[in-house]
Design a protein around this ligand. Structure first.
Ligand code: CMP
Length: 151
């Protein structure tokens, strides 16, 4: 089953929005395969956002993502990578459509609440960067057979 990495950023943590946002992912039918609270070391955040190194927002982004604890997770479900990105909405809260997480809860480009992997390649890299294999749990819920016909 397809897996994607999510990070509840320090703005979501400080605004007490984690529960409400996680509920949206659960409501959609996605399954939590891993979830942990951590204060991310600077080096880890720098590796995670390596593709943005040199862009004007990079330093501020690293500062923001290390400003407090985050909750990192792995969500699982058919098409989960694209599905989670659509649930989040556009990067900038002012452009994100109403009904999306950023459209409903955010107004900013940097403080955009949740990070999610954008492709199968990045999902694999990001999951391996944040989780050891034994921190990810494969299991079935009793409801799964009513959520997807995929095995
Ligand atoms: P995220 O999806 O985690 O990927 C990169 C992050 O950089 C983005 O969300 C925002 O938090 C932040 N960011 C700040 N400014 C920009 C920008 N101009 N373009 C893209 N991302 C930005």
């Amino acid at each position: 089953m397809e897996r994607t990495l999510i990070i509840f950023k320090p703005d979501a943590m400080n605004r007490n929005l984690v529960g409400r946002i996680l509920t949206r992912f659960e409501d959609k039918g996605l399954r939590i395969a891993a979830l942990k609270l951590q204060q991310s070391p600077r080096a880890l955040v720098e590796r995670h956002y390596e593709v943005h190194k040199g862009r004007p927002f990079y330093d501020s982004l690293v500062e923001f993502m290390t400003a407090g604890p985050v909750i990192v997770g792995v969500l699982e479900g058919p098409g989960s990578i694209a599905v989670v990105r659509r649930l989040l909405g556009a990067t900038h809260g002012q452009e994100a459509a109403p009904g999306t997480i950023r459209g409903d809860f955010g107004l900013d480009q940097q403080y955009n609440l949740v990070h999610a992997s954008d492709s199968p390649e990045t999902a694999k890299m990001e999951i391996e960067l944040f989780f050891k294999p034994d921190e990810i749990v494969g299991y079935k819920r009793v409801t799964d057979r009513w959520i997807t016909s995929e095995k």
